[in-house]
Ligand binder design. Structure first.
Ligand SMILES: [Zn+2]
Ligand SMILES: [Zn+2]
Length: 355
């Protein structure tokens, strides 16, 4: 058995490399997973651009599945060799924020997001799982690695945006941007019984996927003010709920403008790329009295959530894999990451396959 592995790391701002590292050893409550499939996330692109300060040689990645390679002495209920999925957020499930139900805020703001920010990520041949008993979910036989890996972040985050909308059956929803997280929100909106789903997107290949996943109407923001178009599509009323899945100041404001009084605005976009305060348009916010709610969140962690997401795949209700536009062996990770950085060739999600 080898004792070293290859890992895709950040060297410094704008610099990445594949390096050899020791295969991790699990502590009592940890596990080590041998990676079989992974997805590159735009969050990794943000990290390499310097959004989050991380030390040199920190492994990137937080969207991986694999098989259990070794188990800590205190981890029960699992066996070596089982296929498992691990969420992008890996909370401790013991601290006060976790006990309050906000596992993504484990040990402090955004602290549940541990891969790459606090420890090595999982774009590597092996990875460590903290609080393994609570964070690993066994992948059922009828679910492929490719399907399961979408549960780690894309489905979990996209669905969170919809869950926070607290839709009633038949309500209207607008989802701003149909990148992979926005597309997952579209899948979630259909599952949640939205009566009319508007997807805001300009790229034709993403518009097509949005329709496949359940969008009833497409709004192309390059063809005019998206809010005007949404108002026209809803008889001047606006939508019951709007999801910000883009992470841009204007888009956030558009979500407030596009909702009717009593509407819900949920944010799952990352707003670190344009570091200026978000603004709330006063008139459309009813001068503060329109009964609108704004909720921003980061996907929760845990095996329970992963198991629920996989159940939707296993029973055939959803299949996220049409988002996989490209496939690469791990030996070509740097080329794949470059494509994800420049968004060449209509890329949505590149699947990384491990030998
Ligand atoms: Zn991600
Ligand atoms: Zn915690």
């Amino acid at each position: 058995m080898p004792d070293t592995m290859r890992a895709f790391v950040i060297k410094g701002v704008g610099q990445t490399a594949v390096v050899e590292k020791p295969i991790p050893e699990p502590g009592p409550n940890e596990a080590v997973v041998r990676t079989t499939a992974a997805l590159i996330c735009t969050s990794d692109v943000h990290t390499v651009r310097g959004a989050i300060p991380v030390p040199a040689d920190r492994t990137l990645g937080h969207e991986s599945v694999g098989v259990i390679h070794s188990l800590g002495s205190a981890v029960t209920g699992f066996e070596i060799g089982q296929r498992v999925v691990v969420g992008a957020v890996t909370p401790c499930f013991a601290c006060l924020p976790c006990q309050r139900g906000f596992t993504s805020q484990c040990q402090g703001m955004l602290g549940g997001y541990k891969f790459t920010t606090q420890m090595d990520g999982n774009m590597a041949e092996y990875f460590l799982v903290p609080a393994a008993a609570a964070n690993m979910a066994v992948i059922p036989d009828d679910i492929t690695d490719e399907q399961a890996v979408y549960c780690t972040d894309m489905l979990s985050t996209g669905f969170l945006g919809v869950e926070h909308c607290e839709l009633q059956l038949g309500e209207t929803i607008a989802i701003f941007a149909q990148g992979p997280v926005g597309l997952a929100a579209t899948i979630g909106a259909r599952l949640s019984g939205a009566g009319f789903i508007i997807a805001v997107e300009s790229r034709p290949e993403r518009q097509k996927l949005a329709q496949l996943f359940g969008a009833d109407a497409i709004v192309d923001f390059t063809a005019g003010d998206p809010v005007e178009q949404i108002l026209a599509l809803t008889g001047g009323e606006g939508v019951d709920a709007a999801v910000e899945a883009f992470g841009f100041p204007q888009t956030f404001q558009d979500c407030v403008r596009a909702t009717k009084p009593g509407g819900r605005i949920t944010n799952i976009g990352y707003h670190g790329e344009v570091p200026e305060p978000l603004q709330i348009p006063l008139v459309e916010f009813g001068l503060g009295m329109a009964d609108k709610q704004i909720y921003g969140g980061l996907c929760p962690g845990g095996s329970g959530r992963m198991t629920r997401l996989m159940r939707l795949i296993g029973t055939g209700k959803i299949d996220p894999t049409p988002m996989t536009t490209h496939r690469f062996p791990f030996s070509e990770i740097e080329a794949a990451f470059e494509m994800m950085t420049t968004k060449q060739d209509g890329i949505i999600k590149p699947l990384i396959q491990f030998a």
